[in-house]
Ligand binder design. Structure first.
Ligand code: GLP
Length: 249
């Protein structure tokens, strides 16, 4: 696991976007794993800029998103589908059928989860997975105590996560209780991972992820075991790391 600390949010967004653009230049058919949340927004803005100004080509790429709310229609402005359309997909040249997101409105959720796993395998596996991190150490919607070997499935969201998300909905009743999420095992199968975090409110989760013991209580800690994972954070998110281990700049 590689730890990369940069000055601020802009710097981590730019670095993540250059990792993606390098990958696409080497392999135009790359399979990208994408995340929602505020953290990757700067990265997506930069990818849009690279597409518009430097011709970064997404025409042969396929994407798989980490998760989606259950019972929130795709047209709802808080669905993750809507989020991805607004913040990335409609601004780049990716064909609609190359975009994969779990369908939270599927009649048979279990079948949908199995299908999603099959689609990832059929595509050849995820080359680069972008991850954010929840304040409680969750990745995608793998809440604390998720099995570290879990696959795509439905998860009940914790009160902490629902409260963190409440700002996007009219009232607490509207905040979804369930989501379909790639499992921790699904995420760990990606050939490479970039976990991004910015700001002091993530500092505690980052300290545990980087320095803590690996535990299902904090699913992000499993990333320590990945063969090609980068923890890409700004100085504020790094502020709780053990300073006695600081490397001279
Ligand atoms: C949600 C998403 C996660 C994301 C997390 C943090 O729970 N399912 O994938 O990492 O929010 O979001 P933010 O980046 O807004 O802090």
């Amino acid at each position: 696991m590689l730890l990369v600390i940069r000055e601020d949010y802009d710097a981590i967004s730019k670095l993540a976007s250059s990792r993606i653009s390098d990958l696409l230049k080497k392999n135009p058919y790359a399979i990208l794993g994408l995340a929602t949340g505020s953290t990757p927004l700067g990265l997506y803005k930069e990818l849009i800029r690279l597409h518009r100004e430097e011709g970064l080509d997404f025409s042969r790429v396929q994407t798989f998103n980490l998760d989606e709310y259950v019972n929130v229609p795709r047209e709802h402005d808080q669905s993750y589908y809507y989020f991805m359309q607004e913040n990335l997909f409609k601004h780049i040249n990716i064909p609609p059928d190359a975009i994969h997101m779990p369908n939270g409105m599927a009649a048979d959720i279990e079948e949908e989860c199995e299908l999603y796993e099959e689609q990832i395998i059929k595509a050849g596996g995820i080359d680069l997975q972008i991850l954010g991190i929840g304040c409680n150490g969750h990745i995608a919607f793998n809440e604390p105590y998720s099995s570290l070997g879990s696959r795509t499935r439905i998860k009940t969201l914790t009160e902490k996560t629902r409260n963190d998300n409440a700002r996007f909905f009219k009232n607490m009743d509207e905040v979804p209780k369930y989501a379909i999420t790639m499992g921790v095992g699904t995420i760990m199968d990606a050939k490479s991972i970039i976990l991004m975090a910015s700001g002091e409110k993530k500092a505690d989760a980052i300290r545990n992820t980087v320095e803590g013991p690996i535990t299902a209580r904090l699913p992000a800690t499993i990333v320590q075991m990945h063969r090609n994972a980068t923890i890409l954070i700004d100085k504020a998110a790094a502020s709780q790391l053990d300073q006695s281990l600081k490397i001279a700049e």
